[in-house]
Design a protein. Structure first.
Length: 392
């Protein structure tokens, strides 16, 4: 019997496991495949160092700026060089294994090649997780169960906490790691909003490697074919200035769904179960960034589980503190704000986004508002929204 069984050893699950193991609890960390690279741009803000100071010792790409383009290619550039620590771009396979190993070094037990597919029941109570392995079915019993196995979790819909995601509640993303000589600014990432609900990205990984991809959002998943959107983006004539060569070597390619409507705050906990990370919606509704917020959810769930186990009380009343954890509450509020303005920005094929970036090119006040909204999670002011509406 484990104190906590965690299904999913990505950033959220690994952080949760590390927190618990460091406090001396017995943790089972279940992972479907540690050799899987999650399709993701791999940009991580400097806030990550609060949770993983070990990353400072690695030879990762330091990022000190961003260029954001509207659908009609107005652009906004911002640099935080000499203002705060650099952000990072990472290869998700290497990054996930790095932080997973930190959890293992702390004492968590990793069980690879285990696909969680159901719960173990006793007296109508969920007391563990069933997995499929190359050697048959296994069971992992625990006092507390944490679901951290992403959008495609088979057990989250069985938990009684949430239903399966609908196609118009998610984002669909496709990306590749490419190799070749390029003219990218190696100190900056680039985001490209599209005319449909979605965006593209180009993130440098080193001097010759870069991550390129795009995603569709919400109802745009129905109206747009992801493969077609991806091909149109990587062959967009506006990107030719970055890539002087005709052919680039594709190192890897993949696609994956992500949540697009923020945190499912009514579905975070029940009885002895908590849901964290992508599985709970800890992904930004506009930018799709989720590594940092997923790690925050893992830390919050880990701290909550520690209190529950120390007090020998794993009831809803105790696990409720996960939802009210200060940083989780902050993320929920921020994501609600972003969800509320997505439809407005993308009205009429993104005309409000286009107008916003057009204004930002000549109006420093508007530029500051856009920077604060996208990079520092501040809500847009009424005056800002009124200006955009007046341009219709």
């Amino acid at each position: 019997m484990y104190d906590v069984v965690i299904s999913g050893a990505g950033p959220a699950g690994s952080k949760c496991a590390e927190v618990l193991a460091k406090s001396g609890f017995k943790v089972a960390l279940i992972e479907r495949n540690t050799g899987w690279r999650k399709p993701c741009g791999g940009a991580v803000s400097s806030r990550i160092f609060k949770y993983y100071p070990q990353l400072r010792k690695l030879d990762l790409m330091p990022i000190t700026g961003i260029t954001i383009y509207s659908g009609d290619y107005h652009k906004l550039e911002y640099s935080w060089k000499d203002i705060t620590e650099p952000s990072l771009t990472v290869d998700r396979l290497e990054f996930d294994n790095f932080i997973r190993n930190i959890a293992i070094d702390a004492g968590a037990e990793l069980f690879d090649k285990n696909l969680s597919f159901d719960f173990v029941f006793k007296n109508n109570q969920k007391i563990g997780i069933k997995t499929k392995t190359p050697n048959g079915t296994k069971e992992y019993l625990g006092k507390i169960i944490v679901i951290a196995d992403g959008m495609s979790s088979k057990i989250a819909p069985l938990s009684g906490l949430r239903n399966k995601w609908k196609i118009d509640e998610i984002g669909l993303c496709k990306c590749a790691i490419m190799e070749g000589k390029n003219l990218l600014d190696k100190s900056a990432i680039s985001l490209f909003f599209r005319r449909y609900k979605g965006y593209g990205w180009i993130f440098p990984l080193d001097e010759t490697h870069f991550n390129i991809g795009c995603g569709t959002w919400l109802e745009a998943n129905i109206d747009n074919n992801l493969n077609q959107a991806y091909n149109e983006f990587i062959h967009d004539p506006n990107l030719k200035k970055f890539f002087p060569n005709k052919n680039y070597k594709e190192i890897w390619r993949g696609s994956y769904p992500i949540p697009a409507l923020g945190v499912k705050e009514k579905s975070l906990f029940k009885d002895n179960i908590m849901i964290i990370g992508d599985a709970a919606g800890f992904v930004s509704p506009i930018s799709g960034e989720g590594i940092h917020t997923c790690i925050v959810s893992g830390k919050a769930a880990g701290d909550t589980a520690i209190r529950a186990l120390e007090n020998d009380n794993i009831s809803n009343q105790t696990l409720r503190s996960y939802k009210s954890y200060p940083n989780v509450k902050k993320i929920i509020r921020n994501f609600k704000m972003k969800v509320s303005i997505v439809d407005f920005f993308y009205e009429n094929n993104g005309v409000n986004l286009n107008n916003m970036f057009h204004l930002a090119e000549t109006d420093d006040h508007i530029r500051d508002e856009v920077v604060n909204m996208f990079l520092f999670n501040q809500a847009p002011t009424r005056d800002f929204l009124s200006k955009l509406k007046s341009m219709k």
